[in-house]
Ligand binder design. Structure first.
Ligand SMILES: O=C(O)C1=C[C@@H](OP(=O)(O)O)[C@@H](O)[C@H](O)C1
Ligand SMILES: C=C(OP(=O)(O)O)C(=O)O
Length: 459
């Protein structure tokens, strides 16, 4: 896999690599992270489709949420920032999009956000007008065919801007103001987001939606369960009692006032710091009950040798003398963080059920193997995951491939291996613009003294 070229800012000037702080003693810190990307973008979609104004409290403010807000504004929703009590930015008030006369052509920038490129086209189908979808260069490589075919099967015209048949971004959705819905068969084996996208709008189809998946297993099932839970919370009837079938009854989506949980997937790198440094990290406000896949950190990190407790809403993770290798199936978006820990483990690890990570922000399996091995590690791709064996790591540059979770994986490796630099740490802005600051704060709290910043170098 070719490593990314040196990052440049808007004026073309090379941006120095980020010297990953090395933990010369165990971390001992309490950390909170911004709101969940998956919950923020689901609630934004539901609010745009709801039967009245809604409020999101303590939502995420990041590139992915900004792209979702802008996309929904383009489709006619009014979204306003209002003061709130969240530590990471204002609340959001959303006035849903109308169902008016013909609307002018609009352009939607999906960036690299899977939730925008998958969740928004079905909403555009309900709009009376054409919407052009495009995104970052790598977004054009992410799997989109299932959504395009699904909309066509529902009677919605989707074409390339030159009139051809697209199978990926960019494409044009010609909304006619309504979608009949009914029984729809799709292959969602490349991304759970295909299922979530259609379920989120299903209640607004005239006949509702009976969605059926056929093909290899759907990955990231926790994210579909999250979609079903938020829909039910907004009064939508969803029957998911038969595997691979979801039936959404037609009807209104109730307006809501909803506090967004912190992003438990993004809590992962901080919790991993406890293992990487043999220290302790506490996260207050850990939800008692959640649909977020990041709740799996409790079992994953325990299996890797940490002591994990959840008391009075505070998750405490303490690393042991060594990180244990393990076998994990379907770690979904947690996989890059898990892989970084596996590269520091004393025994071999296997990650399975994550073939679809090849279609994420980058081909994550190839990127992880390349970057772990670049530091002297021993990682190998399998047909559906990774094998990572113990090997002494050394200093070097970890490339991010515009992938926020590759950048944070580099930060974890840098805690345990002196002299690691991360190319394009700013890519963490996709879901956590505050990452470098929160990481530095964690290290400044005690335990590990933060290493002097080293001069960035091109690698
Ligand atoms: O619906 C969501 O919010 C997400 C679903 C998952 O996508 P895949 O099913 O493509 O893995 C996950 O990896 C992504 O980060 C967020
Ligand atoms: C796969 C991810 O993002 P997206 O929502 O763009 O698919 C991720 O955040 O790990």
């Amino acid at each position: 896999m070719t490593a990314a070229a040196a990052t440049r800012d808007n004026s073309g000037t090379p941006v120095p690599h980020w010297p990953a702080p090395f933990a010369s003693s165990p971390v001992d810190a309490t950390v909170t992270v911004p709101g969940s990307k998956s919950l923020t973008n689901r609630y934004l979609v539901l609010a745009a489709l709801a039967d009245g104004p809604s409020r999101l409290r303590a939502p995420l403010h990041s590139r992915d949420s900004a792209l979702m807000i802008e996309a929904l504004r383009q489709l006619g929703a009014t979204i306003t920032e209002v003061p709130g009590d969240g530590a990471f930015g204002p609340d959001l008030e959303v006035v849903p999009l109308g169902q008016d006369a013909e609307q002018p052509l609009t352009r939607i920038d999906c960036g690299l956000a899977g939730t925008v490129m998958r969740f928004v086209p079905p909403i555009a189908a309900l709009r009376n007008g054409a919407s052009v979808f495009d995104g970052d260069p790598h977004a054009r490589k992410r799997p989109m065919g299932t959504i395009i075919e699904a909309l066509r099967a529902l009677g919605v015209a989707v074409s390339a801007e030159d009139g051809g048949m697209p199978s990926s971004l960019p494409f044009v959705v010609e909304g006619s103001g309504e979608v009949r819905g009914g029984h729809l068969v799709i292959d969602a084996s490349a991304s759970s987001q295909f299922v979530s996208a259609l379920l989120l709008v299903g209640a607004r189809f005239t006949e509702g939606l009976h969605l059926e998946h056929v093909g290899k297993p759907v990955p990231s099932l926790d994210h579909i369960n999250m979609t079903v839970a938020v829909l039910r919370g907004a009064g939508v009837q969803v029957d998911d009692s038969v595997p691979n079938h979801w039936v959404v009854q037609p009807g209104p989506i109730r307006a809501f006032d909803q506090r967004i949980e912190q992003d438990l997937s993004n809590a992962g790198p901080f919790l991993a710091a406890a293992l990487a440094s043999g220290g302790t990290v506490r996260i207050p406000g850990w939800p008692e009950e959640t649909q977020q896949v990041g709740d799996l950190w409790r079992s994953i990190l325990a299996e890797m040798g940490a002591t994990v407790t959840l008391e009075d809403g505070v998750l405490t993770v303490t690393g042991g003398p060594e990180i244990k290798g393990a076998h994990f199936a379907d770690t979904s978006e947690l996989a890059p963080t898990v892989a970084a820990l596996c590269a520091l483990a004393s025994g071999p690890s296997r990650l399975t059920g994550i073939a679809h990570l090849r279609g994420h922000e980058t081909d994550r399996l190839a990127a992880l193997v390349t970057e772990i091995n670049r530091l002297g590690g021993d990682a190998e791709e399998t047909s559906d995951g990774l094998v990572i064996r113990p090997a002494p790591l050394h200093a070097g540059v970890v490339h991010s491939y515009a992938d926020h979770r590759m950048a944070t994986a580099g930060a974890i490796l840098g805690l345990a291996v002196e002299g690691v630099q991360v190319e394009d740490i700013a890519t963490t802005a996709k879901t956590m613009p505050e990452f470098p600051r929160i990481w530095a704060d964690m290290l400044a709290q005690g335990g590990a003294p933060q290493q002097e910043a080293r001069t960035g170098a091109e690698g």
